[in-house]
Write a protein that binds this ligand. Sequence first.
Ligand code: ATP
Ligand code: LTN
Length: 330
Amino acid sequence: MTNQKRIFSGVQPTGNLHIGNYLGAIKNWLELQEKYQCVFCIVDYHALTVRQNPKIFQKKILEVAKIYLAAGIDPEKSIIFVQSDVLQHTELTWILNTLTKIPELNRMTQFKEKSERFEKNVNVGLFDYPVLMAADILLYQTDIVPVGDDQTQHIELTKILAKRFNKIYGPVFKIPEGLIKKEGARIMALDNPMKKMSKSSTNPANYLALTDSPEIIRKKIKSAVTDSGKEIKLDLQKPAVSNLLMIYHLLSQQPIQEIEKKYQSKGYAEFKSGLAEIIVEFLKPFQEKFQELGKNEDYVKNVLSEGAEKAQALAEETMKKVRKKIGLIN
Ligand code: ATP
Ligand code: LTN
């Protein structure tokens, strides 16, 4: 177990988890948990950088836990826990804050984008978001961070901070690497193929939620934006159709060319209805498990509390070294 590579990743309990979150992140976790020591977090402190409704926040946190479990993350193999249950995350964030330069955070595209989107609440937490993420990763001596491609910049900063700490205080942190798959790392929005599918979008037609009913899936796919022309093929000039084709390919496991061939002389309508059925079929077993877990919330809470205990032990091991190197009284 000890020389096994460690994997860490997380999802924010905001909005409705969508097929982009699944294909860009969670799907890859399933393969990784078979081989490596995996730690999967529900990053509730990150979610607080955008205003959350306290009355439903806890429900959202448990929902992500149920999604992890229903998707096949196995608590016998992987650690599943909630970020705020392990206080070392905020402790390390503070220490890393003292090593982070303001221009390094000013450069972050997610900060710029979210500052525009939530202009009335450009809070210090939103600015500091990448440092908390670096703390998440570094606490667990992580080797690999499987994420969608929007997280590349944050992972680069994590590496910089780890190296900077190690250089100033002596070696403590492992330098992690991001794992961003070629396919599925950026699923685009159904209503705008130039923007990534996003669960915090105000338009539900932007995303396919993992919990959408078959009727809703069919409706959303039917109204998804398409490109001019009528050919079904993977083509940079056809971002909307290429995105739909990629979803079809990744969920059905059929090669792209085969799908292109299947719909060669058919129009968008037929392709879309085929795609809707692929999605509905794919989501069926997932949604059944998700419903089942809804009836067994005690089990879910128990998974999280056992996960927190294991995560805490790992995090504390790192923090002991950090405190000592810095010269804090342990
Ligand atoms: P928000 O829009 O609220 O910022 P999000 O949809 O980006 O949320 P996160 O919780 O920030 O979701 O991301 C969880 C994981 O899903 C991350 O690894 C992220 O890179 C990945 N991810 C998010 N959106 C997509 C997408 N459209 N395509 C592929 N992967 C994605
Ligand atoms: N910022 C990430 C969520 C996240 C994360 C992490 C991902 C927070 N901490 C650590 C990987 C590793 C996002 O997907 N928006």
